[in-house]
Ligand binder design. Structure first.
Ligand code: ZN
Length: 316
């Protein structure tokens, strides 16, 4: 059985104010709210999922927003940058769009063959938009502020920053089966598949021996999830990691997928999540994100849970 991951499934980060978070990802980045639920392990906190029209794996960015959350520190042992893919030729439009909304963005220059726009979300999380000819197999969300022709196609890459890259590289190219595609100064680029084409297939590892150690709190990535096509492959993966001495969790039910978690040697929390059952599992595709969804085991406490959650207005 091939237990190599098929690219990124989702990236999860911590945020402060949920309203500021939703306003940014929906109105500035033009993503769709594909699920409004709570942190299953801590149900007094929202878990907000943003993605493409159908919430396809590889397009999903999720947040645990805590009002008044302490600020984290971006640093070593973290996924320090999340890069989204936009169509080739769209960066000029994005530049203009961000300027109109008062969002500061810089163009750090070409990376490989890609032109990149770098910006921060309201909590300081580093986001990049990379213009890519690779249009992915996703379904761009269409809305007045960000029309489908320019919309985000999915997550293109994450960047892992490490004090010492050696053991991380060994896990990526060994247990995870990624392929070293390019090396440029302190940056190594891995592809999760043969070509580096397709959603979420790139991971950059940056050596930063002098960077401060990252502190996971608001404005930082909590974990990066990779895709398993189904439960049997996920289980095969879990067994293989266990056999190789990696501390990996049991399979956990996340309702829209099942998950296992483990850390790479540099400290970044990784997850393997199944493609199914998907975000239309408990509400119709047309209504994704409109109302608070709870798993059956939290449903009996709905009233209490809902009363503790902060207000969240989502423009339609
Ligand atoms: Zn996750």
């Amino acid at each position: 059985m091939d237990v190599r991951p098929a690219g990124i499934h989702h990236v999860t980060a911590i945020a402060g104010d949920p309203q500021a978070n939703a306003d940014f990802y929906l109105n500035v980045l033009g993503m769709r709210l594909v699920k409004r639920t709570v942190n299953f392990d801590s149900p007094d906190t929202y878990h907000l999922y943003y993605g493409d029209r159908a919430g396809n794996p590889g397009t999903i960015m999720t947040f645990f927003p805590w009002p008044g959350a302490p600020k984290g520190r971006i640093g070593a042992g973290q996924a320090t940058t999340t890069t989204f893919s936009v169509p080739e030729g769209s960066l000029g439009w994005w530049d203009e769009h961000l300027r109109r909304l008062g969002v500061h963005a810089t163009r750090p220059g070409e990376r490989g063959e890609e032109d990149v726009l770098s910006l921060r979300d309201p909590d300081g999380l580093i986001i990049e938009l990379a213009a890519s000819a690779d249009h992915h197999d996703t379904e761009p969300w269409d809305q007045a502020g960000v029309p489908a022709e320019h919309a985000i196609r999915g997550i293109r890459a994450v960047t892992l920053t490490e004090h010492d890259v050696e053991d991380t590289v060994q896990m990526l190219s060994g247990q995870l089966g990624f392929r070293l595609a390019d090396e440029n100064g302190d940056r190594m680029r891995f592809h999760t598949n043969a070509s580096g084409q397709g959603v979420g297939t790139i991971v950059d590892v940056v050596a930063a021996p002098k960077a401060p150690r990252g502190l996971v709190a608001a404005g930082t990535v909590h974990h990066v999830a990779y895709r398993a096509p189904d439960g049997p492959v996920q289980e095969a993966w879990r067994q293989r990691l266990e056999r190789e001495g990696v501390g990996v969790t049991e399979i956990r039910d996340r309702r829209y997928f099942t998950s296992i978690y483990f850390r790479e040697p540099g400290g970044v929390l990784l997850e393997i999540a199944t493609d199914g059952p998907g975000f239309d599992y408990d509400e119709p595709l047309l209504e994704l994100g409109r109302s608070l969804r709870l798993p059956p085991w939290l449903e009996p406490n709905r009233e209490q849970i809902a009363s503790r959650l902060p207000e969240l207005e989502v423009q339609r």
